[in-house]
Ligand binder design. Structure first.
Ligand SMILES: Cc1cc2nc3c(=O)[nH]c(=O)nc-3n(C[C@H](O)[C@H](O)[C@H](O)COP(=O)(O)OP(=O)(O)OC[C@H]3O[C@@H](n4cnc5c(N)ncnc54)[C@H](O)[C@@H]3O)c2cc1C
Length: 457
């Protein structure tokens, strides 16, 4: 499956001109910085409204799915929650089918998912949702192939975005990029999307063009993740089940096992910063035996590692509050990890960025008529608000849910497990909150309704 055919990769910006006069195209060109999933979905959102969408990527994109330096998390386990599936499918129709065809794990939630929360095994019943997982380069590769079927999109590889170009009136008009030879060039664009991930330099770029400093919220997950691909024992080949054992107040260790292929699992173990991460597969097996539930340890007992474990640390999570700027740079739209880096434990990053991108597409479709400048100004404000809403739903979700459950049960996790066991509707709402499909804020009220019903029984 090769997708980045050289036909799409044009080195010189001047080689392409004169776009933007087609039907439905409001803007001549948009530049999307970064070709991770946030960049790919943002480009899909922009296609309808722009004559041309140029994706600028520092890495050379491999012709087949492969890890690359710009995605240091590529060899970590990536699950796709319900929100990610819905929104990517909306932006890139056929995505889920193409991912299945390329090879991904899939299970029904929750009769094929074994979840441990607060030391309790969650009820297992079909709630009408699916969880998917694949090696991250495969997910990107499938999405990019679908995106590049649109002739308005092109990728320029080997270019690093190094700054913005803005007018005195506070509108973005392009991006400065540097090639591998160090030569600088300006790519003109009415919309610039920053999808360069957690390492985004946009705050500096904004300061360089005289814009106000950005407020930044921080949290301290202080977690590490050790992932390893492994061959399953023969008795487990073809089993679609996922195991998701989350840390709890009494055990700061967790583990996830995802069926990335019929004969393989992606195993990820997590621990707190002060805890020593396992460096070998044998050490991972020993570590799994210390979890509150021995289910994952039993699986790993018969598994054989494919390569060495990969370690990733996230000490601090940041949320860059573009939504709080009184005067944002008009036409500059950050997305994904460039806005917020979340706790990877909950597997929300792709969901949030795809949700932001799908919201951008909706806003572009519903844009009020008027001069282009006013339209972009409206779009910028409305998009930054939407992007913050999506990030905010995931940001600290663990604490929000924890407080709701604590309020319902006085901290007795067994009581909550019994409640969701008794009421499939509440169970479904709870799980949909974790899949970012329903807001956590309604959990307490819904839970109280069912608790009252239980008392009346
Ligand atoms: C350990 C770990 C596990 C995770 N597990 C999950 C999971 O299970 N499910 C889930 O939904 N999410 C998960 N995530 C989060 C997920 O990886 C990201 O949130 C998601 O991929 C969106 O990332 P992004 O596209 O914003 O940034 P990235 O994926 O980081 O992409 C940024 C891109 O920008 C390019 N780039 C950077 N700087 C420049 C520049 N100056 N010029 C040009 N190009 C540049 C990079 O090369 C790269 O291609 C996990 C994250 C980690 C760290």
């Amino acid at each position: 499956m090769a997708i980045c055919g050289k036909a799409f990769l044009v080195r010189n910006d001047r080689a392409h001109g004169g776009a933007g006069s087609g039907k439905g195209e409001r803007f001549r060109r948009a530049a999307v910085l970064g070709c991770g999933l946030a960049g790919i979905t943002a480009a899909a959102a922009l296609c309808e409204s722009c004559g041309e969408v140029v994706l600028i990527e520092w890495d050379r994109l491999p012709p087949e799915p492969a890890a690359r330096p710009g995605l240091p998390q590529a060899n970590q386990l990536h699950n796709l929650l319900g929100r990610a599936q819905v929104e990517i499918e909306r932006l890139l129709p056929g995505f889920c089918a193409a991912l299945r065809e390329a090879g991904c794990g899939e299970a029904r939630v929750a009769d094929q998912t074994h979840v441990l929360e607060s030391g309790e095994r969650a009820p297992e019943r079909d709630l009408g949702l699916r969880i998917l997982c694949a090696w991250r380069p495969v997910i990107d590769h499938v999405a990019l192939r679908l995106l590049l079927a649109d002739r308005r999109v092109r990728v320029r590889e080997g270019l690093r975005a190094v700054g913005l170009v803005a007018s005195a009136g506070g509108e973005v008009s392009g991006v400065v990029v540097k090639g591998e030879d160090g030569e600088a060039e300006t790519v003109n664009a009415e919309i610039v999307v920053d999808a360069t991930g957690t390492g985004s330099r946009a705050m500096q770029w904004l300061a360089d063009v005289g814009l106000q400093q950005l407020p930044v919220d921080t949290a301290r997950p202080d977690q590490w993740y050790v992932s390893c691909l492994c061959d399953r024992p023969a008795s487990r080949v073809g089993d679609p089940a996922f195991w998701l054992f989350f840390p709890s107040p009494s055990c700061s260790r967790g583990g996830l096992v995802s069926p990335v292929a019929p004969s393989q699992w992606y195993v990820s173990l997590t621990g707190h910063g002060h805890d020593e991460p396992p460096r070998t597969f044998a050490a991972m097996q020993e570590f799994a035996a210390t979890l509150e539930d021995k289910g994952i340890a039993a699986l790993l007992g018969g598994a054989v590692a494919r390569g060495a474990p990969n370690l990733f640390r996230r000490t601090i999570a940041t949320w860059r509050r573009y939504d709080l700027l009184s005067k944002p740079l008009v036409g500059f739209l950050p997305i994904g990890d460039a806005i917020g880096s979340l706790n990877p434990l909950f597997g929300q990053g792709i969901s949030v960025s795809a949700w932001q991108a799908a919201g951008l597409a909706d806003l572009l479709r519903g844009m009020p008529s008027g001069p282009a400048r006013e339209q972009i100004s409206w779009l910028t404000t409305a998009y930054l608000r939407h992007a913050a809403m999506a990030c905010g739903r995931a940001w600290a979700l663990g604490e929000v849910v924890g407080r709701a459950v604590e309020g319902l049960t006085g901290g007795r996790s067994r009581v909550f497990t019994e409640l969701i066991q008794d009421f499939p509707e509440l169970h479904s709402h709870y799980v949909r909150v974790w899949h970012l499909l329903e807001p956590a804020e309604t959990l307490a009220a819904t839970g109280n309704r069912f608790r009252a019903r239980r008392r009346r029984r």
